[in-house]
Design a binder for this molecule. Structure first.
Ligand SMILES: [Zn+2]
Length: 335
């Protein structure tokens, strides 16, 4: 069930992520009026352990611009039960950023909830959509888009020059809203990074003040645009760790330092226990197995077969199991 509010619930501005389930009673859509009626849509806590979006909105609303909000705001607060547990999602829950319309066509209560949010917001004709996340490895702040259209690129580069374009996984919030308004996902560094919160707050403040999103092209030199070409997972049957041991794969303990670096062919990511099974699985955006294009085992090392740039490499074993090891990206040239 979707709870809708037409005001800020008492105590919201000082609530911690773990308080929200008690405060709101469940996932909630909160509408706050502003001078321009088409709302800015913001979603926070789709992953319960990623507080940047909540903190950014709280900071913005604690100290609103003089004269009040220049534009209406619709705020979706997502996985409050996982937030109470300090987890991305609870065991038995689907990932709240994989169940939006246009995804796998599943019919869980969470799929129905996100369909309702989408339908409700479509009626309100949002100005733009912003979904705020943290990640667990060392990554720069960057924005993701799912369409290579000028207004999407303009919105993304308002956050920073690093922009990632992807069309898989499906079922993410930004992909659903891209059907009817410019949509971005913000990656604001690690949870607890105060600069990530400020960066998101400043971006959201700027979005609220914009009368329109420019439709002219973003200049080449103002943007580093990358395209996700594969998602890399460790199969369930393969053991791994980030410290020396007897696991099938022992990753470099500084693995996440490779994020957003253009790595040469031959770069080693892990050492391999002799006789280990299929170690790693890379799938293209269309779901094909492309492992052999990107990875090889050379003596006792798992190495890259060709130059590439990873993102979202993490040292968090639970995230590797629940989500993925990393994404592989290529730099894109715009016409
Ligand atoms: Zn996330």
């Amino acid at each position: 069930m979707l709870r809708e509010w037409d005001h800020l619930p008492e105590g919201f501005l000082s609530a911690r992520p773990g308080d929200l389930e008690g405060l709101l009673g469940g996932p909630s859509l909160i509408h706050l009026p502003g001078r321009r009626p088409e709302p800015l849509f913001v979603s926070v806590l789709l992953h319960g352990n990623e507080p940047a979006g909540l903190k950014a909105i709280q900071a913005l609303l604690r100290d609103p611009p003089p004269g009040g909000l220049p534009r209406s705001l619709s705020l979706f607060v997502g996985n409050v039960s996982a937030a109470r547990a300090g987890a991305r999602r609870l065991d038995g829950q689907p990932d709240y950023n994989r169940v939006w319309p246009g995804g796998d066509g599943g019919d869980t209560p969470e799929h129905r909830l996100m369909a309702r949010v989408t339908e409700r917001m479509r009626e309100l004709a949002p100005f733009a959509s912003v979904d705020v996340h943290n990640n667990t490895g060392l990554n720069p702040h960057y924005a993701c888009i799912n369409r290579l259209e000028n207004r999407f690129l303009q919105l993304a580069t308002l956050f920073g020059r690093t922009v990632v374009y992807f069309i898989r996984p499906r079922g993410v919030q930004s992909l659903a809203f891209a059907e009817f308004c410019p949509a971005v996902t913000l990656e604001c560094g690690k949870a607890g990074d105060a600069h990530g919160v400020e960066h998101a707050r400043d971006f959201l403040t700027a979005c609220l003040q914009l009368a329109e999103i420019p439709s002219q092209p973003v200049a080449h030199h103002d943007m580093d645009l990358f395209h996700t070409v594969a998602v890399v997972k460790v199969p369930e049957t393969v053991s791994f760790s980030f410290s020396p041991g007897a696991e099938d794969l022992v990753f470099d303990p500084d693995l996440d330092r490779m994020n957003f670096r253009e790595l040469p062919a031959g770069t080693a990511l892990a050492s391999v226990r002799p006789g280990s099974p299929v170690l790693i699985e890379a799938r293209s955006e269309t779901g094909e197995d492309v492992t052999a294009e990107y990875f090889a085992v050379h003596q006792d090392r798992l190495v890259l077969r060709r130059p590439m740039m990873p993102s979202m490499l993490t040292l968090d074993e639970r995230v590797v199991r629940q989500d993925c090891l990393c994404y592989l990206m290529e730099r894109m040239g715009m016409k």
